[in-house]
Structures are given as structure tokens and as C-alpha cells.
Design a protein around this ligand. Structure first.
Ligand code: FES
Ligand SMILES: [Fe+2]
Length: 431
């Protein structure tokens, strides 16, 4: 559990909060590239950590992230014209480029000092992995965006989208790190028999091992930008079934199910307000392009990727009871809700807009959740109390990490499992 004060510290990311300051020392996703695909198109409002910006692509293809408020008399530039390499206010025609520089102020003399003094607040942006990232922190960014592997593979090898989640970012993040819940939330209904044939395809065996062992043993190994989590369950013939996942500061994770050759999945959590967040979700296969059939499957929801509408709101959501089907719950699935992502959203949103962590009772399977909280609290306090900026924000290459599954004899230590699965003790590198 956390004290009420620490719960506040962990969950609040507005501009005047310690966690907000900490998050602003990392590049943050602010939009999908697809949302601002077109040059000179209407800008879009984006809200990140309780601050709203305008995002647009100019005539040269550069992406800007600027304050929506025109410095003249405060009109919202979303109503302006995006043309000829800048955004022109609809009210009196003031125009700014993607860097926020005033390029035309039609109602003042051409030699006015206002050309030098007026600036629209603008933030540096980068595009990586089909996502627009912005530096919302102080000064210049110390390094480039985190080199998550999905962004390093060719665009043909990945699928990137996002979904709205209606609760605080931290409990959503915790759901990603607590891989023990798979034994229940994502299982078939109890009446559906596990396939206990040891020669069954891997999927069926994996499902049976997960269902039959609700107490995976957790191990955590820290690395340069967070930690790797190993969770082992009893498999067949004295083997252990290992599921590993990555946590990367401040709010990235990768999923635990991938066996060699399969497609990897990951997600990045970005607070919108303190009571909702975007989950940027991505699938990538390092070895080959994704097929059209796979893209279609992902577009209609698969694993951590939800089925969403044009505004990236899940089709099965809080307002419609996640379309829970009681017949399905009796005979087919544990929850009666279709989709792993939607099942996650159902329980995480049900914890409340910001879960009260002073009231919880933790168990050994919550080990990664506890470690996540202490990492974030420690980082935010170091910045607030001692001005220490997060070191991992300056090491983007440290973010090229994988996680996944492995089966090994029970005598195999976690470090050796990692070496066998990834050729590296913490899943570093691309191999
Ligand atoms: S309010 Fe924007 S130009 Fe006047
Ligand atoms: Fe889940």
C-alpha cells in the first residue's frame, strides 16, 4: 500500500507537480503521426499531462506542437489557417511557424519590435515509430527519443495505434506489470476444459500453465532504464514456463507472451488528465513484415490492442458496460468481455479514476507493481529535492529491449533463462 500523500505524488502529473516535472524530463508521445498525416491540414488539440497544445504538419512536412492561444488577444489558433509554412490566426492574421516564431503580424508596422519579442510557445518534436513525440521539459532535450524496438524496424514490420483509458495512468501501468492476473482475467470460462495434451500447440499449453498456476514466482532485475520482470509458473515435466516483461521509465512496457519468431507487443502510457490516459499500443515483428491479415486482426483488436473508433475510443467501453455478455461469461470466457485490452480496461477503470492505494492488500505477485511505484517515487523525489534529472532520458539506446516467454527446467536460474531466450541478461539489443 501507499500513503495518501505518496499516492498523490505517484499519480498527479500536472505542470506544477513533482511527477509532472519528472515526466517532462522524458520525451512524450503527443499524437499518432497518422493524426497529423496531411500537410497544411487543420491542426488538432492534444492534451498531455493537463496541458493542451496544438499539433499540426506544415507545408514542408515538419510537425509543430504549439500553444493554442494566440499571443495577440488569445483566440484559439485551432480556428486559424495552416498554410505556407505556418499557422495564421483567424482573428487578425498573426502567423507563427512550427518553432513558434512570429513570421507575419499584419496589424503592426513591418519594423515593429514585436517581430523580435512575440513568440508562440512551441516544443521540439520528433517522429519515431509512427508517433509524434514532444519534449515538454525545460531547456533542450538531453538526447533523442527512446529507441524502443518497434520504432527501429521498417514501417512494414509494425502496427501502431492508441486507445483511450478512463483512469489514471499509474494503475493502467500497474496492470501491464502485474502479469499474474492473466490466470483469471484473460482466461476461458472455468467450464472450458484446458487442453492437457502435452503435444498440443504451444498456445493451448501456455494457456493451461497460466490457468493452473495462479501464483507465479516473480524476479526482478534492474537495468539502465527500468527493470525486467520474470514470472515463472509450473509447466510440464518439471519445467517452468517463464513470462518476462520490461518496464522502462517513465511509462513504457512490453508484454510477456512472445516466443522466438512470434510478434512482439508493447505500450506507452501517457497521462491526458489525472483521470484518463492514452495507451499507445504497438506490435512489431523484427524478422518480417506484418501481413495484411495480421494488420486487419490488430485493427479490430488483438491482445493489448483494442478495437477503437475514429477518435481512438474503445468500442467496448465503460459507457456501454464493455458489452459484457453473460452467456459468454457462463460458457466461454472468464469475463464475458471480448478482448484482452477491453478486459484490462474494465477492471482498471473499475478501480476508480485514481485508485486509493492506501486501502489495498498486496501479495507476493504484486512485486513488480511495488517496484514500479518505488522507482517512480524515487525518481520524482530526486528531481524535486536534489535537482537530479533521470539518467535514462539521456540514454535512448538503452530502450531497445525485448521481453517474452521461455520454457526451461526448474533448476535454470532466471539469468540463464534470459541468456537462453535473448542472449542477454536483461533482454538488451536486437538479435
Ligand atoms: S487574436 Fe490572434 S491575431 Fe488577434
Ligand atoms: Fe491484462
Amino acid at each position: 500500500m501507499l500513503s495518501a500523500a505518496d499516492n498523490e505524488l505517484l499519480t498527479r502529473t500536472g505542470p506544477a507537480t513533482p511527477m509532472g516535472a519528472y515526466f517532462r524530463h522524458f520525451w512524450q508521445p503527443v499524437a499518432l503521426s497518422a493524426q497529423v498525416a496531411e500537410r497544411d491540414a487543420v491542426p488538432i488539440h492534444v492534451t498531455v499531462m493537463n496541458q493542451t497544445w496544438l499539433c499540426f504538419r506544415d507545408s514542408n512536412g515538419r510537425v509543430g506542437l504549439v500553444s493554442p492561444r494566440c499571443p495577440h488577444r488569445g483566440a484559439d489558433l485551432v480556428w486559424g489557417r495552416n498554410e505556407e509554412c505556418g499557422l495564421r490566426c483567424a482573428y487578425h492574421g498573426w502567423k507563427f511557424d512550427v518553432d513558434g516564431k512570429a513570421v507575419d503580424l499584419p496589424n503592426v508596422e513591418p519594423d515593429s519590435a514585436l517581430y523580435r519579442n512575440v513568440k508562440l510557445k512551441a516544443h521540439p518534436t520528433r517522429e519515431f515509430g509512427d508517433i509524434v513525440w514532444a519534449w515538454l521539459g525545460p531547456g533542450e532535450p538531453p538526447a533523442g527519443v527512446p529507441e524502443l524496438e518497434f520504432g527501429l524496424v521498417p514501417a512494414t514490420h509494425r502496427f501502431v495505434t492508441k486507445k483511450l483509458q478512463q483512469c489514471n495512468w499509474a494503475q493502467t501501468m500497474e496492470g501491464a506489470l502485474d502479469t499474474a492476473h492473466f490466470s483469471f482475467l484473460h482466461m476461458p470460462a472455468p467450464s472450458v476444459r484446458s487442453n492437457d495434451n502435452p503435444d498440443a500447440p504451444a498456445d493451448e499449453r501456455r494457456l493451461r500453465w497460466i490457468r493452473d498456476d495462479p501464483r507465479p514466482k516473480f524476479q526482478i532485475v534492474p537495468h539502465d532504464c527500468g527493470f525486467i520482470i520474470g514470472a515463472s509458473r509450473a509447466a510440464d515435466g518439471g519445467d517452468l514456463y517463464w513470462r518476462t516483461s520490461q518496464f522502462m521509465l517513465p511509462a513504457h512496457a512490453t508484454t510477456p507472451s512472445t516466443l522466438p519468431g512470434e510478434t512482439y507487443f508493447g505500450y506507452t502510457f501517457v497521462p491526458i488528465t489525472d483521470e484518463d490516459c492514452w495507451i499507445y499500443t504497438y506490435a512489431w515483428n523484427p524478422a518480417r513484415p506484418l501481413t495484411n491479415a495480421e494488420r486487419e486482426k490488430f485493427a479490430t483488436g488483438h491482445g493489448v490492442i483494442a478495437e477503437v473508433d475514429k477518435d481512438y475510443v474503445p468500442l467496448r467501453n465503460k459507457a456501454n458496460g464493455y458489452l459484457r455478455d453473460i452467456e459468454d461469461m457462463r460458457h466461454r470466457s472468464f469475463t464475458g468481455v471480448k478482448g484482452v485490452a477491453e478486459q484490462d480496461a474494465m477492471v482498471q477503470e473499475s478501480q476508480g479514476a485514481i485508485v486509493d492505494r492506501s486501502q489495498e492488500i498486496l501479495t507476493p505477485t504484486d512485486m513488480a507493481v511495488v517496484r514500479f511505484r518505488s522507482s517512480l517515487l524515487e525518481g520524482a523525489r530526486a528531481l524535486r529535492d536534489h535537482g537530479i534529472a533521470p539518467a535514462s532520458a539521456a540514454t535512448p539506446a538503452a530502450y531497445t529491449l525485448r521481453s517474452g516467454s521461455w520454457i526451461a527446467p526448474a533448476s535454470t536460474p532466471f539469468s540463464e533463462v534470459m541468456m537462453q531466450r535473448f542472449g542477454d541478461p536483461v533482454g538488451r539489443g536486437v538479435n
